[in-house]
Design a protein around this ligand. Structure first.
Ligand code: FE
Length: 219
């Protein structure tokens, strides 16, 4: 569902189609359509807006990308966990009692020297909510969905991730059956760090594959 915690005006409100900050939206945009659907469900008594907001709050603030980040940090420290995540992530998540929306079947793809993985959903916006929280807006944009497959190297460079020309880029197209998580490379200079400290370097974007895990000497 595409919405933010800030409630937008109902779709039939003329304001939506005037002020310049809405000029790039039209009635066919997913945001407008999602809001129209929600308004209709609420009007018919089929959905409770407070409950919808509570779910969004939970995925934005309580789950965020932290569950995925902790998993990655632990895998950096534990070669056996790393191996099991790559061979059967579903079993690992079940063992850790990690459950929730959109992670019925997860595959983990590890970056390594010379190999970089990036995740997209070309059809819509499939995304491992229970590991990463809500998908960022750009992930749902038609431009990212089309270009990430066609010219991933250029898209990554535009997002600030310039890869060596001899690095192989592997693009994983999510679906309702399979979601992907990128296991980024552990940054250099983090020897001796605890899992908790390492997890602070693991950003949402690094687990989608559009960034590296944070630089420990960075800001
Ligand atoms: Fe999708």
């Amino acid at each position: 569902m595409q919405r933010s915690t800030t409630r937008r005006p109902p779709v039939h409100d003329d304001h939506t189609h005037h002020g310049d900050h809405h000029s790039r939206r039209d009635a066919s945009s997913p945001e407008i359509r999602a809001q129209a659907l929600e308004d209709l469900l609420v009007a018919k008594g089929l959905a409770d807006p407070e409950r919808i907001d509570a779910i969004i709050q939970r995925y934005e603030h309580d789950i965020g990308p932290m569950i995925g980040a902790n998993l990655v940090a632990r895998a950096w420290l534990d070669p056996d966990l790393h191996r099991r995540l790559l061979s059967d992530a579903d079993a690992v998540l079940a063992d850790m009692d990690i459950r929730g929306a959109e992670i019925e079947h997860i595959e983990v793809k590890a970056n390594a020297p010379g190999v970089h993985n990036v995740v997209v959903c070309t059809l819509c916006s499939c995304y491992p909510w229970a590991l990463l929280g809500l998908p960022p807006n750009w992930y749902k944009s038609p431009e990212y969905r089309a270009r990430a497959v066609r010219e991933p190297r250029a898209v990554l460079a535009e997002m600030g991730l310039v890869l060596d020309t001899d690095t192989e880029v592997r693009v994983w197209d999510s679906s309702s059956e399979t979601r992907f998580l990128v296991l980024p490379e552990r940054p250099a200079g983090t020897q001796g760090w605890s899992a908790e400290r390492l997890a602070t370097l693991v950003t949402r974007d690094s687990m989608i594959g559009v960034a590296r895990a944070g630089d420990p000497t960075g800001p």
